[in-house]
Design a protein around this ligand. Structure first.
Ligand code: B12
Ligand code: SF4
Length: 465
């Protein structure tokens, strides 16, 4: 049985990422690939990141897979729909299996579009059971495999029972990084940043309930690999690729102080020196945690807050105190760890005062990095449910991504493009003043751009919705 795993992300078609240039390997399909391989199913991975749609199509025509298994998230959905269309018109016998975070809440649309099977939630066990059953031509038994969506012989859409969450995450094989040309990633990083990075995952799930966040794959849970198991993978990564840095893709890296301490101990026992960045929450940090982060090799920590206004944080059900966020940013910096934070504007209920609060928050905390986006609702999230009834633009599932959904916000949508510029320029102005202690032309340029953006906000505030 010829199995091909792929994803629909093409770096060349992503102008923003081409500027950022911090690409990461598609861990999801590499996990599924490794699991299938362990269970005896030889498989191929076509990594699209540095490739093109045309090259993928050529490969499909030449390889003619029996199974084409594709990862989908909300950004890659439209590309994946193109791949499905191409496979359906050119490869009669190929069965298409989809997995990834976009599947659960868009299942009916994907099936009606032509996907043969959807793997809902964690992918390893479900894909294996499905592929084994298809390989043994026991199609009637597919209904007994949990975690699936598909159309049966009577054209009815069937969803089987929910797949139980994997308990023993240590039992999984390490992702099949060797199946892709990881050197392309490492070189792209090095060329742009002088250093490169590899991503690694140590936990599955998150027990928090931030309303805009998608929990479509791992659900409300916290399951973690043992520090020993993680260190085995780190040793392998160092031996094979020797990256300068690592990125833990975990949702809340410091969720357990006990785990972090043990992890640090294991690193020391094995004399394993790593340099890494991670994401966490301020309420899962304290001075001891920060010291351990530093001691274990953390050079940058991203601390989520999304807003500088406690009112908005509470609307998001983020369950964190904005003062604590500032404190933890400062404390991380005190111990020599760079701090980053994420900001969102345009959340329902946010007003201009809240945006000004956010600016004050960022100026006060002064993290080395921050990213800022205009809030958008991901299907399946609580935010989505809240704003569905007030959606303001035409949305076609097969030509738009969730990022393009708009809804009635406090102000006109264009207001928020200016708000993004205002926050960015005002905070950068402040940073330049703090760092340089004098007023240069480039510093002044930030202030001018900030004021122009404020005028734009004023205009669209008055213009209304
Ligand atoms: C790391 C990360 C990134 C990184 C790197 C992405 C990469 N190439 O690795 C960066 C920063 C670039 C990024 C960007 C974005 N991300 Co992101 N990201 C993540 C994060 C934190 C970890 C991803 C990961 O590696 N997980 C570990 C792997 C093993 O899990 P997995 O991929 O889900 O795979 C499992 C299953 O999905 C399934 N599976 C996966 N693929 C397949 C394929 C088949 C065929 C099958 C059967 C099964 C299967 O099996 C796997 C193992 O169980 C997740 C949150 C999370 N905890 O997963 C968000 C997440 C995936 N990102 C998300 C979003 C929204 C984005 C952005 C759109 C944000 C933005 N800019 O607006 C962009 C889109 C980028 C893009 N072009 O695709 C959402 C996706 C929601 C959705 N419905 O699609 C998530 C879930 C965050 C969230 N909680 O809301 N992201
Ligand atoms: S934003 Fe972070 S803490 Fe909140 S639910 Fe999502 S992963 Fe968990």
């Amino acid at each position: 049985m010829k199995i091909l795993l792929t994803h629909g992300y093409f770096l060349n078609d992503d102008p923003k990422e081409k500027i950022i240039m911090k690409p990461y390997a598609p861990l999801g399909i590499l996990y599924v690939s490794a699991y299938l391989e362990r269970k005896g199913f030889v498989n191929d991975v076509f990594d699209t990141t540095f490739s093109s749609k045309q090259e993928l199509q050529n490969y499909l025509l030449q390889f003619k897979p029996d199974i084409l298994a594709i990862y989908v998230n909300l950004m890659t959905k439209l590309n994946v729909l193109d791949i499905i269309k191409f496979a359906k018109s050119n490869l009669n016998h190929t069965k298409i299996i989809l997995g990834g975070p976009e599947i659960r809440y868009n299942a009916v649309d994907f099936i009606n579009f032509g996907a043969d099977y959807l793997v809902i939630g964690e992918g390893e066990e479900t894909s294996f059971e499905l592929i084994k059953t298809l390989n043994e031509k026991r199609v009637d038994e597919i209904k007994n495999i949990s975690g699936l969506g598909y159309k049966n012989h009577n054209d009815e859409i069937i969803f089987t029972s929910e797949r139980e969450k994997l308990k023993e995450v240590d039992s999984l094989p390490f992702p099949n990084r060797y199946k892709i040309n990881l050197k392309l990633y490492l070189d792209a990083w090095k060329e742009r940043h002088g250093e490169n990075a590899i991503s690694i995952s140590t936990m599955r799930g998150c027990p928090y309930t931030c309303k805009w966040c998608s929990r479509a794959v791992y659900g409300l849970s916290y399951r973690r690999r043992t520090p020993q198991n993680v260190s085995d993978e780190l040793e392998l990564i160092q031996k094979k690729y020797n990256p300068n840095t690592l990125w833990f893709v975990d949702d809340v890296f410091t969720i357990s102080q006990k785990w972090l301490n043990e992890f640090n101990d294991v690193l020391k026992e094995r004399n394993l020196k790593i340099k890494y960045e991670c994401i966490t929450r301020a309420d899962r940090m304290n001075e001891e945690v920060i010291k351990t982060l530093k001691d274990s090799g953390c050079f940058r920590v991203w601390i989520g807050a999304e807003s500088g206004s406690q009112k908005v944080i509470d609307l998001m059900d983020r369950r964190v105190d904005v003062k604590q966020v500032r404190e933890m940013i400062k404390l991380a910096q005190k111990y020599g760890i760079q701090a980053g934070t994420f900001i969102m504007v345009g959340y329902p209920g946010e007003t201009e005062d809240d945006i000004e609060e956010t600016i004050k928050h960022l100026k006060g905390a002064n993290p080395e990095y921050f990213t800022i986006t205009v809030a958008y609702p991901i299907k399946g999230t609580e935010l989505f449910a809240e704003v569905e009834a007030v959606q303001t633009n035409n949305f076609n599932w097969d030509t738009n991504s969730d990022r393009e959904r708009d809804f009635k916000r406090t102000y006109n949508r264009k207001y928020y493009d200016f708000a993004v510029r205002r926050v960015t320029n005002e905070v950068n102005f402040n940073k330049m003043i703090l760092n340089n202690k004098y007023l240069s032309w480039s510093t002044l340029a930030y202030k001018i751009k900030s004021l122009v953006a404020k005028l734009g906000m004023l205009y669209y505030r008055i213009a209304g919705n």
